[in-house]
Design a protein around this ligand. Structure first.
Ligand code: ZN
Length: 254
């Protein structure tokens, strides 16, 4: 193993290896896995290198298991007690902290992730459509056998009229927009790079409500807060936005 250090230091000097990646490597490296590891981490970020390293054995075998990263968190005692409590509840299912976190995060995401909610709503809608089609087929089959005057009712559901114009975007439309946009900002830069933001997403009306825009899939898109104000600035003019911001702050009256 000591024989490898001069080579590693050489890589460090040439800038082929960063100090942070070297720190990850040292406890893992053996003469047997040296080549596999050096090849595998070439050009990778620290996180990617860590994921790769977690799959390599001391013999240089690449194990067919899910790559892992180490997460260290310093948390208040109250949070730690909650973790312990969750582990108690999960026992014997949850043996490790990773199991506890996985369960807790699954429950959290099921409840709060807009993308998951949209996926569930889509599945429900598909199941409902399937059921409706089955009922219709059955009714059609039965009515075909009935004399015309005995056909009982119209199976078409009543669709409530879209009469009230409000700022509220209906849930099914929100879900459809979330799914289409993949829960990510849709802004694309002039160079063709799409914004990576998945946080602070807002529903943007391409044609604003004030100009007659509607709550429909075609007129809505997800934008992060930054790009939403960017488009708002374009649409309304920067002066308009500035006056709105001042108004909201209460500066307008002074
Ligand atoms: Zn964005």
């Amino acid at each position: 193993m000591a024989r490898l250090f001069p080579t590693l230091l050489d890589c460090l000097e040439k800038g082929e290896l960063s100090v942070s990646i070297l720190a990850l490597l040292v406890p893992k490296l053996t003469e047997a896995n040296y080549e596999v590891i050096m090849k595998g981490i070439e050009g990778r970020s620290k996180r990617e290198a860590e994921l790769f390293l977690s799959t390599v054995s001391f013999d240089g075998e690449i194990r067919a298991e899910a790559p892992k990263v180490e997460v260290k968190i310093l948390c208040p005692q109250t949070v730690y007690e909650k973790l312990e409590r969750a582990k108690d509840i999960l026992a014997p299912e949850g043996q490790t902290w990773a199991d506890v976190l996985d369960h807790a995060l699954e429950a959290f995401l099921d409840k709060h992730d807009p993308l998951r909610k949209a996926e569930r709503a889509q599945k429900r809608a598909e199941a409902a459509a399937h059921e409706k089609a089955e009922v219709q087929a059955e009714v059609a089959e039965n009515t075909a056998l009935m004399p015309a005057e005995e056909v009982p009712f119209d199976v078409e559901p009543v669709i409530p009229g879209d009469t009230i114009r409000s700022r509220y975007i209906p849930q099914d439309i929100r879900h459809a927009v979330y799914l289409r946009d993949g829960g990510r900002c849709t802004y694309v830069s002039p160079e063709g790079h799409r914004c990576l933001a998945k946080r602070f997403l807002e529903f943007d009306h391409r044609l604003p409500l004030a100009f007659g825009g509607e709550h429909c899939l075609e007129n809505l898109r997800l934008l992060c807060r930054t790009h939403n104000s960017f488009y708002a600035g374009k649409m309304m003019g920067a002066d308009f936005i500035r006056s709105k911001v001042l108004e909201a702050r209460g500066d307008a009256q002074t």
